[in-house]
Design a protein around this ligand. Structure first.
Ligand code: CDV
Length: 313
């Protein structure tokens, strides 16, 4: 079986609050058709693809909040995506706000294979922002209010002839997310993001948005010997600018394809999963070189603790 996965990173331009699900799905289908014309095996869409990035607003009425969530997947509105996957013979992943039958709210990503079958699901673990209204901000970031922390760890699934994993947006800034998948022999990590250019608690970071985005994804790819496909929803959404820079990154750490616009744009790359091998078998041969007995603090401790004096011995 071929170890080449041709990937389409399907960057999406802004989605306004008034845009309906069918309008968004039509844009996604257009990108899927373009990907099929480029013989893609897989199309990767951003975090919370189906709606505007609603955590930017303080909302109190649960009816208003739940209007951004999907109660079933597929639904009447999203079924055309699954039908297109089967018809075109193309897998896809995308993010959406999930409301479970038990009433739980998650920021979720789904992996669908070339037959339209759901083969993997991940629920976002690193939820950034805050849970209370903070009116001093230019806009809110209320993921901690609207979502629960994901109830399962990072999975890696056998799909498309390889080992495919998923993370969502803020997860990409944390080395633990990549390593949890690296330890499952991941060969390609799919991730979508909504990253406002302005960071209200630290505006001095604003000029570094694209740099930090590249820095973490390239490091995660190299340090785990994996492909990384990072896909933005970007442009000016409801007055809030979000960065683009959707990228396909090789296990070498190099960016081999990148979006140029801040709108709907497909970036295509031919990814050889066997390129992961020389990294997994040499410099990052985990079985040979990791020293987990010295990594206890990583799972045993949440916040940093400053040292109190001490000596070399
Ligand atoms: N959607 C996100 O998780 N966004 C965060 C912002 C708030 C920093 C990110 O890490 O890009």
């Amino acid at each position: 079986m071929s170890r080449i996965v041709t990937v389409g990173a399907a960057q999406m331009g802004p989605i306004q609050r008034a845009d309906s699900r069918p309008q968004v799905v039509r844009r996604m289908l257009e990108l899927m058709r373009e990907a099929a014309a480029h013989r893609c095996d897989l199309v990767v869409f951003p975090e919370l693809t189906l709606t505007t990035f609603f955590p930017r607003w303080w909302m109190e009425d649960q009816v208003d909040i739940d209007a951004f969530f999907e109660r079933s997947m597929p639904s009447n509105d999203t079924a055309p995506l699954f039908e297109a996957a089967a018809r075109l013979g193309i897998g896809f992943s995308f993010g959406y706000a999930e409301l479970t039958p038990e009433g739980r709210h998650f920021n979720t990503a789904l992996l669908v294979d070339k037959t339209g079958r759901q083969v993997g699901k991940y629920r976002k673990i690193h939820l950034p922002g805050h849970a209370r209204h903070e009116p001093w901000r230019a806009f809110q970031h209320l993921e901690k209010r609207y979502f629960e922390v994901g109830d399962r760890s990072w999975g890696v699934w056998p799909a498309l002839g390889g080992h495919i994993g998923m993370m969502i947006c803020n997860d990409r800034r944390w080395p633990e997310s990549y390593r949890m998948m690296g330890l499952q022999s991941v060969e390609m990590i799919l991730l979508g993001y909504n990253t406002p250019r302005h960071n209200p608690p630290a505006p001095d970071h604003d000029r570094l948005g694209e740099f930090h985005n590249q820095l973490v994804m390239q490091a995660g790819a190299y340090q785990n010997g994996t492909w990384v496909v990072g896909v933005a929803k970007c442009g000016v959404e409801e007055g809030c600018e979000m960065i683009g820079g959707s990228s396909i990154i090789a296990p070498t750490g190099e960016v081999i394809g990148q979006a140029l616009t801040q709108g709907d744009e497909l970036v295509v790359a031919r990814c050889d999963l066997d390129l992961t091998k020389s990294y997994k078998e040499s410099i990052f041969n985990f079985a040979m070189h990791r020293q987990p007995e010295h990594y206890g603090r990583i799972v045993g401790q949440r916040g940093a603790v400053a040292p109190e004096g001490g000596s070399a011995d």
